[in-house]
Write a protein that binds this ligand. Structure first.
Ligand SMILES: *[C@@H]1O[C@H](CO)[C@@H](O)[C@H](O)[C@H]1NC(C)=O
Ligand SMILES: *[C@@H]1O[C@H](CO)[C@@H](O)[C@H](O)[C@H]1NC(C)=O
Ligand SMILES: *[C@@H]1O[C@H](CO)[C@@H](O)[C@H](O)[C@H]1NC(C)=O
Length: 383
C-alpha cells in the first residue's frame, strides 16, 4: 500500500535556521600587469558548500542583483553558475535572459549555466517567487574566469542587493539599485541541511527527491486498477542550451517501456530496480520528450507507480570549458492519461495538452517501494 505523501517542501524549509553574516565572496584582488598563460589545471568543481540561502523577508516575489567588477588588472571572460530557488526563479546576466525554473518542489535540483561576461562590469540579476512569504530563498554559486585563466568564486550572500517585488527593468545593466536593501542570509547552505543536487559530468547517480507518480486519481488505500497507462514529460532546455546526453534512471510498479523523443530506450519489470540508460543526442534536440508506458500487473487493484530521474548534460557553451546541465525527475509537472493509450503517444509532437497532471505518491524511499538498486549504465543509445 502506498500512503499519499505531499512533498514536504515547506516543512523542510521552515526548520529553524541560524542567521549568519555574509561570507567573503571574492578572493583578494591580485594585480597582474602581465597576463599569465592559462593554467592547464582543471577548474574548481562548482558546489554550494560556501554559499548561502538569501531572501528579502516577507516577500512572495523578490528581486536580487549582484554587481561584479573584476579586480584591477583582470578582465572577465565567462561564468559557470549553479542556481536554485524556493519556489521559482528567472536568471538574467547583463539584462539577457539566461534561464529559469518554476516547478513547485524542485529546489532540490539546481540548474547549471555557461555565461559569457563583459570584460569589466557585470550584473547578475534574479527574480524569485515563493508560495509562503516566510519561506523563500535563492541559492547560487558563480565561478568566474578571467582572461589570464585564473578564477574567482562568488556566492549568494549579504553583498547581493534585494527588493520586494520585481521592478520593471531590474535586470538591466544600467538599472539603479541604490535604494535597494541588502539581501538577508537566512542560512548558510551547510546549516540549512537541504541537499541541492548539482548537474555534473559524469552525473550524480541518485534518485534523490524523485516522486513516485501515477494517474491523477489515487484512492486513499493506494490500490490502483490493473492495466497500462501512459505518462509524458516535455523537458525544454534554457535558451542556448543544447542537450548532448542524458542519463536516465527509471523504475515502475510493475512494468515500463521508456521512449525518448519517440525512440524506444528500454523496458523493465522489477520495481526494486532502477535501470540506468545513457542517451546521446546524435542530432541536436530542442526538447526532450520522455514517454512511459507503464503497466500495473496482477488481477486486483494494487499499488502502482513510476519513478524517473534524468540528468541532462548540455553541449559545452561559452568562451571557457564550461559544463551546463539540468536535472529533471518525475514530479507534478508530468501528465498522464487515464483512458486507452493512444497510438503515437510516445512521439515528440503528440498533443498531450488535454492530459491531466499526475498525482504524487511520495518521494523516492516511500513505502511500499523503499530503496531501489540502481543498475550500471546501459551502453550509450544514440538517437
Ligand atoms: C509559512 O511559513 C511559516 C513559517 O515557517 C509557517 O509558520 C506558516 O504556517 C506557513 N504558512 C503556510 C500557509 O504554510
Ligand atoms: C521577472 O523579471 C522579468 C524581467 O524584468 C519579468 O518579465 C518577469 O515578469 C518577472 N517575474 C515576475 C514573477 O514578476
Ligand atoms: C574540458 O574539461 C574537461 C574536464 O576537465 C576535459 O576532459 C576536456 O578535455 C576539456 N575540454 C577542452 C576543450 O578543453
Amino acid at each position: 500500500m502506498a500512503p499519499i505523501f505531499v512533498y514536504a517542501l515547506l516543512s523542510l524549509a521552515t526548520a529553524k535556521l541560524p542567521l549568519c553574516s555574509g561570507l567573503a565572496a571574492v578572493a583578494a584582488a591580485e594585480v597582474a600587469n602581465i597576463p599569465a598563460p592559462a593554467p592547464s589545471v582543471a577548474q574548481p568543481t562548482l558546489s554550494f558548500a560556501a554559499s548561502n540561502w538569501i531572501w528579502k523577508p516577507s516577500s512572495t516575489l523578490a528581486a536580487f542583483r549582484k554587481d561584479f567588477t573584476p579586480p584591477f588588472g583582470k578582465s572577465l571572460i565567462a561564468a559557470e553558475m549553479i542556481i536554485t530557488a524556493i519556489t521559482g526563479f528567472n536568471l538574467y546576466v547583463n539584462g539577457d535572459y539566461i534561464g529559469s525554473d518554476s516547478t513547485l518542489g524542485r529546489w532540490g535540483y539546481s540548474q547549471r549555466f555557461c555565461i559569457d561576461l563583459q570584460p569589466s562590469f557585470n550584473v547578475f540579476a534574479v527574480n524569485a517567487t515563493t508560495t509562503n512569504a516566510s519561506v523563500g530563498g535563492v541559492l547560487a554559486t558563480i565561478l568566474v574566469t578571467y582572461s589570464d585563466g585564473t578564477t574567482d568564486t562568488l556566492v549568494t550572500d549579504s553583498s547581493w542587493r534585494a527588493i520586494n517585488g520585481s521592478p520593471a527593468g531590474f535586470e538591466q545593466l544600467a538599472f539603479d539599485d541604490n535604494i535597494w536593501s541588502t539581501a538577508t542570509v537566512t542560512a548558510t547552505y551547510t546549516a540549512a541541511q537541504r541537499t541541492v543536487l548539482v548537474p555534473a559530468n559524469p552525473p550524480a547517480i541518485t534518485l534523490f527527491s524523485a516522486q513516485w507518480i501515477w494517474t491523477n486519481v489515487i484512492p486513499a488505500n493506494g490500490n490502483l486498477p490493473v492495466g497500462s497507462r501512459a505518462f509524458r514529460k516535455t523537458f525544454t532546455p534554457a535558451p542556448g542550451q543544447i542537450p548532448m546526453s542524458a542519463n536516465i534512471l527509471i523504475a515502475a510498479d510493475n512494468a515500463y517501456t521508456l521512449y525518448v523523443n519517440g525512440a524506444t530506450i528500454g523496458s523493465g519489470t522489477n520495481f526494486k530496480v532502477a535501470q540506468q540508460y545513457v542517451v546521446n543526442f546524435g542530432t541536436p534536440a530542442s526538447e526532450i520528450v520522455l514517454a512511459v508506458r507503464a503497466t500495473n500487473g496482477g488481477t486486483t487493484a494494487n499499488p502502482a507507480g513510476v519513478l524517473v530521474m534524468m540528468e541532462v548534460n548540455m553541449q559545452p557553451g561559452g568562451r571557457t570549458n564550461c559544463t551546463a546541465g539540468s536535472i529533471s525527475s518525475s514530479d507534478g509537472s508530468w501528465v498522464s492519461t487515464l483512458g486507452a493509450i493512444p497510438t503515437g503517444f510516445e512521439q515528440p509532437d503528440f498533443d498531450d495538452s488535454a492530459w491531466p497532471t499526475v498525482a504524487l505518491e511520495g518521494a523516492y524511499g516511500v513505502a511500499p517501494w523503499g530503496t531501489l538498486t540502481i543498475t550500471a549504465p546501459s551502453a550509450p543509445i544514440t538517437i
